[in-house]
Write a protein that binds this ligand. Sequence first.
Ligand code: ADP
Length: 410
Amino acid sequence: MSLRNPYDHSHRLILTINGGSSSLKCSLFRIGPPLTRVVSCMVERIGLSEETLTFTDLARGTSERRTIQAAHHKDCVEPLMVWLEQKVTMTDLVAIGHRVVHGGPRYSEPQRLTSEVMAELRRLSPYDPEHLPAEIELIETLGRRCPTVPQVACFDTAFHRAMPRVARLLPIPRRYDEAGVRRYGFHGLSYAYLMEELTRIAAHEANGLVILAHLGNGASMAAVQRGECIDTSMGFTPTAGLPMSTRSGDLDPGLLSYLSRTEGMTVEQFHTMVNRQSGLLGLSETSSDLRDLLANEANDPRAAEAVALFCYQAKKWVGSFAAALGGLDTLVFSAGIGENSAVIRSRICAGLEFLDISLDESRNTAGAAIISSEASRVTVRVIHTDEESQIARAVLQLQAEGQHANPSVS
Ligand code: ADP
């Protein structure tokens, strides 16, 4: 898609909504030039009681925090809109852009949320019951709150749409592929942003062989060959791939039937276990937050094992993607863990000298933009990701292409 002068409405605003499993991040962007984030909001611990809503007014340099009642993501809409109405002229709001986790087989490009698209999202709900139903409720609630403002869905699966068929196929009976049961990949908004940043700062690297490592509460990697994603660690759902804060990542498929036979575990219980009780939390039995585990690893072998497993699996994925790419020029670390934890970056890269990866530990500890050593043939970078900016850009592109969105759905 090409940008066709999307910046011609200088006082207009775009609201972006990025819902995680128990968090909601929103930003308000003023349409530029340049496109500028003026407000960011975050609700944490949704459904866990004592939900906190943090507003940061970037234009004024102020921040506020308050406790709200939000059993579900949709419950955040009213307090959010009330606060926004006090701060900005909401009649300037021209569109709301959503991160939508799954576009299924049909959608990869951003879509205005018409009733037809909503019907397809409802149909896709079973693909990702952890995220999609809450996202649909958010869209519907915002549609009722702002009925004249168009809403746009930006899909986390989109970045991976060109993956070769061999990387998309699941080795199960073929009829499932025909029904859309295949590998999709996620974190696509983050990956698209990272590739745009890489193109901006080192275009020759973006045209080479790249592994992007998005390591946050959700964690995945993508293998990118001359700008095209050729494989990714997540699959049909975001539960696959690397072990994560509470998700298991890849498991032996025999586990469900074993636990069902021996413990009478139901499908629902298995779903909860692999999405909410596994990964770092499950192994450590104490915390899903890597900072806590790093702080405790010297005293608690469970914490040490959880961290070790995370780094070991991440290293294996780097190796496997280097093989899929047929080499490697650039490794990019991003998201909460990838951007902030020098020790985890160091442990993942340790022993990868045979791939020509070696870190400069002083640069790594300093959190420099390039953390590889002079001798390393592979450039190892840390790039801050920004999914909300990517959503706002996508909404602008859609508008610039003249697809004027319909009024919101309700
Ligand atoms: P989300 O996927 O929810 O957007 P983030 O990208 O914010 O998550 O990443 C959250 C993760 O980042 C948490 O596990 C947290 O422990 C980790 N993290 C943040 N800062 C650090 C740090 N300095 N050291 C280690 N881990 C960190």
